[in-house]
Design a protein around this ligand. Structure first.
Ligand code: FES
Length: 104
């Protein structure tokens, strides 16, 4: 496990997701208020970028822009079809205004 700094919290636009490439990993990082969530940036349905989708703040989910599957940002579990498999999630911490994520 390794913890890396992704960006400043202020670099993330509230209510949206942004893609980060870290080595071979593609990450979708979503901000809801002052909470930040990180999931694998690959929809489990057809390998589409989740960072291009809409963040559903009230549900704490992210919606795939391709076919509309939604995923729980905390657990990675699919919340609606057509996706049936979870996406990976990564622990996020905000430290001194910086967003840090722990990766395998
Ligand atoms: S590629 Fe994401 S729902 Fe189909």
């Amino acid at each position: 496990m390794t913890t890396i700094r992704l960006c400043a919290l202020d670099d993330l636009v509230e209510g949206t997701a942004r893609r980060f490439d870290v080595g071979d990993l593609r990450l979708a990082v979503a901000r809801i208020g002052d909470d930040v969530f990180c999931v694998a940036d690959r929809c489990s349905h057809e390998d589409f970028s989740l960072a291009e989708g809409e963040v559903l703040a009230d549900e704490r989910e992210i919606e795939c822009a391709r076919h509309g599957a939604t995923f729980d940002l905390l657990t990675g579990e699919p919340c609606s079809l057509p996706a049936t498999k979870a996406v990976a999630t990564y622990a996020v911490e905000i430290r001194d205004g910086e967003v840090e994520v722990t990766l395998p």
